[in-house]
Design a protein around this ligand. Structure first.
Ligand code: ATP
Length: 207
């Protein structure tokens, strides 16, 4: 059986990806989150964790034997070879788990949340890309309100991400999340109807 109709959901930090995902989930759609998969493949007992220990030494584990993520992040931030090695270990494992989850998903179409799509090479083999968009000033305000970041901290986080334009260039569909929750729910319902149609057309074409 092929992969189900897949919609990648992406957007900048604090744009509203989680809020939008929950609205699709409430309509019965399975959401697969690439950040969650990335954590799962390096859990204790996973082959990718053993490979990371082999490459970076057992000092990369915390006292419970789990991956010391802040430490690993600091190492790969400072060393591009280390980053490439880490990606060679984790990316195939993540891709494989993603395919397994997509194939198992009992959903008329599936949403694959990839927050850093624009930063990590753009479009993948998905049927559609949905970008959650909002003005940067609003992202800043949400970041400061939610995480208690100062304005300079929040601006630095935004500056390290892809720009709004880079993300929008990847979009088939855009949800502008700059207002209340009610219009957001309407926008999700409209896209949901369209995705149901597209998914069913793809199924018919493959029979
Ligand atoms: P991150 O990239 O950090 O995971 P995200 O893109 O998943 O963030 P959310 O967590 O959905 O974004 O939203 C960021 C914050 O803004 C949350 O506190 C959320 O409740 C709030 N928020 C999002 N959309 C709206 C909206 N339309 N109205 C009011 N608050 C909102």
């Amino acid at each position: 059986m092929g992969l189900p109709y897949t919609v990648i959901l992406t957007g900048g930090i604090a744009s509203g990806k989680t809020t939008v995902s929950r609205l699709f989930a409430a309509l019965g759609i399975v959401i697969i989150d690439s950040d969650e998969l990335a954590r799962e493949v390096v859990a204790p007992g996973e082959p990718a964790l053993a490979a990371i220990v082999k490459r970076f030494g057992s000092g990369i584990l915390d006292s419970d034997g789990a991956l010391d993520r802040p430490r690993l992040r600091a190492i790969v931030f400072a060393d591009s070879n280390a980053r490439a090695d880490l990606e060679r270990i984790t990316h195939p494992a993540i891709r494989q788990l993603m395919r397994t989850r997509l194939t198992a998903a009992e959903s008329p179409y599936t949403i694959l949340a990839i927050p850093l799509l624009a930063e990590t090479g753009g479009r993948r083999e998905a049927d559609r890309v949905l970008v959650v968009d909002c003005p940067e000033e609003l992202q800043l305000r949400r970041l400061m309100a939610r995480d208690g970041s100062s304005e300079p901290q929040a601006r630095a986080i935004l500056a390290a991400q892809a720009s709004r334009e880079q993300r929008l260039a990847l979009a088939d569909d855009v949800i502008v999340n700059d207002g209340e929750l009610a219009p957001l729910r309407d926008a999700v319902a409209e896209l949901h109807a369209r995705y149901l149609q597209l998914a069913s057309a793809k199924r018919d074409a493959s029979i």
